[in-house]
Design a protein around this ligand. Structure first.
Ligand SMILES: [Fe+2]
Length: 283
């Protein structure tokens, strides 16, 4: 599977230009079975391609927008071992719904946090930001990471941080978050980075979107047997409430909102929506 690379330049009023890379929804350990075959949600060749791009660009910051792991019966250490080999000055991550105890997913949060601390320690250049901020004074940048809002900890304390004039990037998993917090967020919060939607994975006709279709079918009780309350489809429907921000860059008031199409793939697969790595040039 070929990795799609998107290049975006944005003016954030930083002290000097920096390069950042954003990926989301790696689902490192995820797989499904098809015809007796094991299909990885994130195949090793994609991980290799990400490493090649990150090492080539050697970004000041690598952002990862959550769903680091998938269903979490597995061991998170291989993920952090892979991360440890990437050439980036800083790596900031948030946890997604698959990384948190939510909607019946098995909780692996503690295992992920422990593995991260074993590899990188608490205050290193690699951090999982859980409703907290990091100030990078040499770039003139503040980064805020927010836990997935469907996990019950929302609204997060970081919204109460005293405002200053530092340009800020907000990283979280679910783009619905922007709908919930946009009022009262000042213009110093220049960019919001999200994942979660996987770009809806299958775009058959222009902007026709897979989950929108599922919601429509669900609403009119069509194909009812696929929509029982424990189904994966119901989880997808519940997890994207507003469905406004799906993929790419949106301009809202003073803010830029960017949603990654993600790296990992849920069954049945992707169509016209490749796994995407985004290279940002900020100045
Ligand atoms: Fe995901």
């Amino acid at each position: 599977m070929e990795l799609n690379v998107e290049n975006i330049s944005l003016h954030l009023d930083l002290k000097h230009p920096i390069k950042c890379i954003f990926v989301s929804d790696i689902h490192f350990d995820g797989y499904w079975e098809k015809g007796g075959r094991k299909i990885h949600k994130c195949p090793p060749e994609l991980l290799n391609q990400i490493k090649l791009y990150v090492d080539y660009h050697n970004p000041e910051i690598l952002f990862i927008g959550g769903d680091l792991m998938d269903d979490c019966n597995s061991n998170p250490y291989p993920f952090f071992s892979w991360l440890n080999d990437l050439k980036a000055d800083h790596i900031y991550m948030v946890l997604g719904n698959h990384d948190l105890d939510n909607n019946g997913y098995k909780a692996c949060t503690e295992d992920i946090l422990l593995a991260s601390n074993v590899y990188f320690g608490f205050n290193s250049h690699v951090r999982i930001l859980r409703d907290e901020e990091v100030k990078l004074d040499n770039y003139g940048l503040r980064v805020i990471g927010i836990d997935d809002y469907t996990t019950g900890s929302f609204p997060c304390l970081c919204l109460d941080y005293p405002d200053d004039t530092t340009p800020t990037i907000v990283l979280s998993h679910n783009p619905d978050t922007y709908e919930l917090i946009q009022e009262g967020i000042d213009k110093n919060h220049r960019l919001f980075l999200f994942g979660h939607t996987h770009g809806h994975q299958s775009n058959f006709i222009g902007k026709a979107q897979f989950i929108s279709l599922l919601k429509f079918l669900n609403k009119f009780k069509l194909f009812r047997k696929f929509f029982h309350s424990d189904s994966q489809i119901q989880r997808w429907i519940k997890c994207t409430k507003y469905d406004k921000y799906v993929s790419g860059l949106y301009e809202e008031y003073y803010h830029h909102v960017y949603v990654s199409q993600g790296i990992g793939t849920h069954p049945p697969g992707r169509y016209n929506c490749p796994p995407t790595l985004t290279v940002f040039e900020f100045d």
